[in-house]
Design a protein around this ligand. Structure first.
Ligand SMILES: Cc1cc2nc3c(=O)[nH]c(=O)nc-3n(C[C@H](O)[C@H](O)[C@H](O)COP(=O)(O)OP(=O)(O)OC[C@H]3O[C@@H](n4cnc5c(N)ncnc54)[C@H](O)[C@@H]3O)c2cc1C
Length: 384
């Protein structure tokens, strides 16, 4: 076991951190105030090779292992988890699904432009009545001659408002339950496809969410991805990558809050000395740092297993659940350490505090990961 980062990993970490400081932070506050995702960041990330580190080189990625990818994701999210997630969501989740389940023609058509930042790809599973429970998916796909007819609604879709292409799941036969689910590709401009931004967020204000509407969309048969009945299983592979990203991103925002809190605790003087000299503040700082360290190794362990193709269901759930809940606690402590200053967006902790709650919800809620861990350990079904 070697716990040291390689020279290459340190190089990627430093490069991503520099990018986060130079390209994400300067415009973040104004964009968040306007609840705006500036999608030009996608091309900028791509030009530095940071957009799709985990994707194979033959499809335009860097072909890096998942530990190195997680290190990059942590460093980028140090500035903003919401912005980084919106920028990278296409390569991370739907592109991974396509990589695993798509035909060679579909992969050649979509993956290289996604990895170059030329095409925005969204992955759409969730609906108004189908969140954690995908068996409730109501979007229908009905076979009619040589095409599929699609009707339904998707919500909370990352980049749904601006996506050029959407990989989505629909029900082909309700009587078959999960075995009736299938994945399809729809391109913007297809008659019957529309989208709307979802505004008014209390969190993730630098990110991008939208709802999608499908009304009598006609899709050629070749727009189906993978086999009917395997859609959820295929989607879960991409979701697994998204979970790793979110765990690493939560670590990034927690680390950012620790860095800011240490700096502030050394500068802010109350009761005749820097607040960092008071033992109760030191206790919080010590707990923050210890939890960050624990989260980091859970993440690297899950990433390493994933890179080596070893089963890692419970390890990924440990990482996602612990890192995001830890970030939620750490970001709130960081705001408290900054006192009333911490409640303004001028200080470098408030936006992380806002984003942390959302990180516990997408990519599987905390409860879903607890149930997954329980199910794995007890070998008993817990969801139903
Ligand atoms: C910023 C953002 C981006 C997103 N991007 C995408 C995207 O690109 N594509 C996409 O498809 N979706 C996306 N989502 C949706 C996200 O995946 C869902 O919100 C998430 O899966 C939870 O579903 P839900 O919100 O419907 O909550 P629900 O499933 O309704 O859960 C509500 C609460 O009940 C709990 N709960 C549910 N079932 C159980 C149970 N059996 N036992 C105990 N507790 C339970 C949950 O843990 C949660 O606390 C995004 C969401 C956000 C916030």
């Amino acid at each position: 076991m070697d716990f040291e980062l390689t020279e290459e990993q340190r190089m990627f970490r430093d490069m991503a951190r520099k990018f986060a400081e130079q390209e994400i932070l300067p415009t973040l506050k104004e964009n968040e105030r306007q609840e705006k995702f500036d999608s030009s960041i996608i091309k900028k990330m791509a030009s530095q090779g940071l957009l799709a580190p985990h994707m194979p080189q033959e499809y335009g990625g860097l072909g890096l292992d998942y530990v190195t990818s997680a290190i990059i994701w942590e460093a980028l999210c140090w500035a903003s988890l919401a912005v980084t997630q919106a920028a990278m969501s296409g390569p991370i989740q739907p592109a991974t699904n396509l990589l695993d389940a798509g035909s060679e023609q579909q992969k050649q058509k979509y993956l290289p432009p996604v990895c170059r930042g030329d095409l925005i790809l969204s992955g759409a599973v969730v609906e108004p009545n189908a969140g954690s429970d995908s068996s409730m998916i109501e979007t229908t796909a009905v076979r009619s001659g040589n095409h599929w007819v699609i009707n339904g609604t998707k919500v909370f879709i990352t980049n749904g408002e601006i996506a050029d292409v959407v990989l989505f799941i629909a029900q082909t036969d309700k009587s078959k339950g999960l075995k009736g689910l299938a994945s399809f590709i729809v391109e913007r401009g297809t008659p019957g496809f529309s989208s709307k931004p979802q505004k008014g967020r209390i969190s993730w204000r630098g990110g991008s969410e939208g709802s999608l509407r499908f009304i009598d969309i006609e899709l050629p048969l070749e727009n189906q991805v993978g086999e009917t009945g395997r859609a959820l299983r295929d989607a879960l592979r991409g979701i697994d990558t998204a979970r790793l990203f979110l765990a690493a991103g939560a670590l990034g925002i927690a680390q950012s809050c620790l860095d800011a809190s240490i700096k502030y605790a050394k500068e802010r003087v109350q009761f005749g000395k820097p607040i960092g000299g008071h033992q109760l503040i030191q206790e919080i700082i010590a707990e923050m740092a210890t939890k960050i360290e624990a989260a980091r190794w859970l993440i690297y362990r899950a990433a390493d297993l994933k890179s080596r193709g070893i089963r890692h269901i419970k390890e990924m759930s440990y990482a996602k659940y612990f890192a995001t809940e830890t970030a939620l606690w750490i970001t709130s402590q960081a705001v408290k350490i900054h006192g009333s200053f911490g409640t303004f967006d001028d200080y470098p902790v408030g936006h992380h505090y806002q984003d942390a709650i959302t990180a516990t919800i997408l990519g599987g809620t905390t409860q879903m990961h607890q149930l997954t861990i329980g199910q794995q350990l007890l070998e008993m079904a817990a969801f139903r």
